[in-house]
Design a protein. Structure first.
Lengths: 486, 465
């Protein structure tokens, strides 16, 4: 049932609105609404019960293991939420003067500094509201840099074929043409193909390292040298930063601009799809172009840097300086984890990934890049199982839900057939990883003896497998009834 | 080790399975010369109680002043239910609902949100939200330029009376695709957009007209006239609206003969704390004909293999993870947690509650304006009807007045001088339903004193020391 369908005309949660309706006779009649919007009419308890029950239909980190490759679903410490929800932080208006914001500005300034330190970048802007907006900002800065030098022929951005879909989409948002570079058989970028693609039209390249294949590109130095020699810049997609936090810094690898996904590496909540936060870090030559606002410190005082301070900035990306409540959570996380903790995150994320990788290989699953060291994630290919039993990667993923595990990332990266991209993160116990191996093994046995059971999964969730084709062909995107007749 | 559960014996056993001696060996594919040294700039770890002490001090430092600033972010009552439910781990720590069967809670909430937004805007389709109101406008403009089948126009008319930050964000985002935003002046007496002001800009084709209702000054626009005019020129109409105001004001889908084509805005007034500016959520709705041009996530209702209704993300052929460089946008976020807050908030208020909130804000702002205008030299700038905000002229420099008020813990409004120097000393004020009569009286009294000290005739004789 929808909330709209349990509505009853005239019912209200009356404690939640003013006692009476104020007079608004001065508003001209022709600009007034003719009839009230069809919103639900429910009691407070009805709403509480409805949304509590809905929440129980979700998997979440708090209830399930999410071995979701490239998504870094680690524990979201509760202190980050409660401390970011202190009344002084929540009540502050975005346009309040800095005299009434030294507390939040101090946190944001320190966050800028520590993100710069852990990534080896010269300066950081916290403005982008999510990873994709960070990518947009990064590519826009690359464009602004070339244009500021009068170098107008650079119309192309290179991306590896294994890249996240946001990379080519962000490049296109900034008006660039996109050219794909193949991945070599060993999982590293095909350096020869890269060299052949580079030229005076190259604005830059967008890379994830470790890549979405879950391996560290060993030739990153040569890649950086080649791209820089061609006059291009290097963009680092921080989706996999968890793998290398404190171990190797993108700035030291030669990257000119990076974005970080704080909802991954810095444990802020995913919230069922957002909010995220996607700060960008840059080398010195890109600093003038950073998006606004920035926080600066003058003596003991903090203030915003705005248009007058940064005339070459690519501008603003949201009305009020980004997802500040999320930045605050990331700052709190960084303080809880501290200097040693940063490196330890990558240590244990890699330990868990390599352990799970070896155990799954030992259980007979086929690695896509078995000769390589896994980073914080790795890929299995289920092409043998699919051929032998007709049970494919999606069926395995759906059946895992019945076993109480969120599915790994499926069918990404696109270049590995029937793949599962698996990332356990550092916050899982080895016992949990062992249970996952047991579930995978049990599902493979089912695929051999009772493939229809697996193909029909899930069986134990609130719904069975959903008809996506129908959803797209006959879109039902909003409730069309009227609450009076609900 | 904060948040890492491994014991030393487990680490040893895991390393043995992997076949390495130390954790550091797992990084052996990283060239040695690239390995990072100690991160000196990062402070050492603190336990939760220490971080708690630090954050409490910082939150206190921000004070809790009496706030009369609106300007795109509004201090409304948020029912206790809203964040107690939203902070449940099952909503807070859930992933994007790609695995629909394991995400029916989130997906149904998105569908309910979309239903509420289409009801509020009187349009056919809503997405599951974007980052915020300003970035939603940028996406609306990109969408309108793509959808404009009448021509290849890459010009969009944007009134100067639209929120200055929205104009800045739209410029930063759509400017990358060489779309031109043409600024149309507001009427100096009314503060609104007029057909006379628009006419000269229609000499060249344009893809869309942006209509804010109310505009940044709180002034109500003649939305019917403007919509009919723009559509008669073959352009699309994008409404930028406040969702609380929609309880009282004509919804975009009902503007003019045919209705606005697209509506967007900031969902913050629906259950989201001010929080220095985010996270908020942008909404974006449109007519059915434009459905496949919508960017962002969309939840749809469908059937499972037993014929039972369920929810899933749909129309994904528009999106970056499928369409890559040809996607409608690079966005892959929706502000899921904030959408949950907005949905629960709207369910609790209903149409009647939302209308009472809107009416109370409006009445309070009028009361505030009348009280402040009791001070000589303080007066409304525009003569048109306003909603929820009002622009006031001051007889003394606005920044100076606001600074003095802030020193007394009153945030007296938004200084219009930065963005609209043509208005002279001017502020934008707002009093939501949370401002009590005594709050308004306190502000009016303080303003009278602050203005008096700045406008009283100076002593004709220079004091001698």
């Amino acid at each position: 049932m929808l909330i709209q369908e349990i509505s009853h005309p005239g019912r209200r949660a009356s404690a939640q609105a003013p006692l009476s309706r104020a007079e608004v006779g001065d508003l001209p009649a022709h600009l007034r609404r003719a009839s009230p919007p069809a919103l639900p009419e429910v009691s407070e308890l009805q709403a509480v019960r409805h949304y509590t029950r809905l929440s129980q239909k979700n998997f979440s980190i708090d209830t399930h293991f999410y071995p979701l490759g490239s998504c870094t679903m680690k524990y979201n410490p509760r202190a980050c939420h409660s401390l970011a929800s202190l009344p002084g932080f929540l009540a502050r208006h975005p346009l309040a003067p800095v005299t009434h914001g030294q507390g939040i500005l101090a946190c944001l300034h320190e966050l800028q500094e520590l993100l710069g330190e852990v990534t080896g970048m010269h300066a950081v802007s916290l403005a982008p509201a999510a990873g994709a907006q960070g990518e947009f900002a990064g590519v826009a800065m690359i464009r602004a840099y070339h244009e500021a030098r009068g170098d107008r022929g650079r119309t192309e951005i290179l991306v590896p074929d294994a890249a996240h879909g946001t990379n080519p989409a962000s490049a296109a948002m900034c008006g660039f043409k996109v050219r794909e570079i193949p991945t070599g058989a060993d999982g590293d970028l095909d350096l020869e193909a890269l060299r052949a693609a580079l030229g005076p039209q190259t604005a830059g390249i967008m890379l994830t390292n470790p890549s979405t294949i879950g391996v560290f590109d060993r030739r990153i130095g040569a890649v950086a040298e080649a791209v820089h020699a061609a006059g291009g810049l290097l963009y680092y997609d921080g989706a996999n930063l968890n793998a290398i936090l404190g171990q190797v810094r993108p700035g030291d690898m030669g990257f000119d601009v990076i974005h970080m996904n704080l909802h991954k590496t810095f444990a802020t909540p995913h919230g069922g799809g957002g909010p995220g936060a996607g700060p960008v870090g840059v080398s010195a030559r890109l600093e003038p172009f950073l998006p606004l606002p920035l926080v600066t410190r003058e003596g003991q005082d903090y203030r915003w840097l705005e248009e007058a301070d940064r005339p070459h900035s690519i501008g603003r990306l949201t009305a009020f300086g980004g997802n500040i409540g999320i930045l605050l959570r990331a700052y709190i996380y960084a303080r809880l984890v501290g200097r040693e903790g940063m490196k330890r995150i990558a240590d244990y994320a890699s330990l868990n990934a390599n352990y799970l990788f070896k155990r799954l290989i030992a259980a007979g699953f086929e690695p896509a890049y078995g000769q390589r060291r896994a980073s914080h994630e790795f890929i299995l290919t289920l092409r043998r199982e699919a051929k032998a039993t007709g049970v494919n990667a999606m069926d395995f993923a759906k059946r895992l839900l019945d076993y109480g595990f969120h599915a790994p990332t499926t069918y990404f990266p696109l270049l590995v057939p029937e793949c599962l991209l698996i990332e356990p993160t550092e916050t899982e116990t080895p016992e949990e990883l062992d249970s996952f191996v047991a579930a995978m093994t049990a599902i493979r046995a089912e695929a051999e003896t009772d493939p229809e059971r697996v193909k029909g999964a899930p069986h134990s969730l609130p719904v069975r497998r959903l008809d996506d084709v129908r959803a797209a062909r006959e879109p039902d995107l909003a409730w069309k009834g009227s609450p009076a007749h609900g | 080790m904060p948040f890492i559960p491994h014991t030393p014996d487990q680490v040893a056993a895991m390393l043995a399975v992997i076949g390495v001696e130390a954790i550091d060996d797992l990084f052996d594919e990283i060239p040695a010369d690239l390995r990072a040294g100690e991160l000196k700039g990062i402070p050492a770890a603190l336990p939760e109680m220490e971080v708690g002490r630090l954050m409490a001090a910082r939150a206190r430092a921000d004070g809790q002043p009496l706030c009369f600033i609106g300007a795109g972010a509004y201090d409304h009552h948020i029912p206790a239910v809203v964040w107690q439910l939203v902070a449940r781990g099952e909503l807070y720590s859930a992933y994007t609902p790609y695995q629909a069967e394991a995400s029916q809670g989130t997906l149904q909430i998105l569908y309910e949100f979309q239903s509420m937004m289409t009801a509020l805007t009187a349009l056919d389709v809503s997405n599951a939200s974007l980052y915020d109101g300003a970035s939603a406008l940028a996406e609306a403009i990109l969408m309108a330029v793509r959808a404009n089948r009448h021509g290849k126009a890459r010009r969009v008319l944007v009134p100067r009376g639209l929120h200055p930050r929205y104009r800045a964000v739209a410029r930063a985002i759509v400017g990358q695709q060489d779309i031109e935003l043409v600024e149309v002046p507001f009427d100096p007496a009314g503060g609104h957009l007029t057909l006379e002001a628009l006419a000269p800009f229609a000499a060249e084709p344009f893809a869309a007209l942006v209509i804010p209702q109310p505009n940044f000054f709180g002034v109500l626009e003649e939305v019917d006239l403007l919509t009919d005019w723009a559509q008669a020129q073959g352009a699309l109409v994008i409404g930028v609206v406040n969702p609380v105001a929609l309880a009282l004001l004509s919804p975009p889908g009902a503007w003019g003969q045919a209705g606005a084509d697209i509506a967007c805005g900031e969902a913050q007034p629906l259950g989201m704390p001010l929080a220095s500016g985010g996270p908020y959520a942008g909404f974006l709705c449109c007519k059915e004909a434009l459905m496949r041009q919508l960017p962002g996530r969309i939840a749809g209702r469908t059937l499972d293999l037993e014929g039972k209704p369920g929810f899933t993300l749909t129309l994904q052929a528009r999106e970056q993870h499928i369409r890559r460089s040809r996607a409608t946008s690079n966005i892959c976020t929706n502000q899921g947690l904030l959408v949950s807050a907005a949905t629960i908030h709207l369910a609790l208020l209903g149409a009647e509650g939302l209308e009472r909130v809107a009416a109370a804000c409006h009445a309070n702002t009028l009361r505030l304006s009348a009280s402040l205008c009791a001070t000589p030299g303080v007066e409304p700038i525009f003569d048109r009807p306003c909603f929820h905000e009002q622009a006031l002229r001051l007889p003394a420099p606005a920044a100076d007045v606001l600074r003095s008020l802030a020193a007394h813990n009153i945030l007296g409004g938004y200084d219009l001088g930065t963005d609209y120097p043509e208005l002279g000393p001017a502020i934008l004020v707002c009093a939501t339903e949370l401002r009590a009569e005594e709050d308004i009286a306190a502000y009016a009294t303080k303003l009278a004193r602050v203005i008096a000290t700045r406008t009283q005739a100076r002593c004709p004789v220079e004091p001698k020391f």
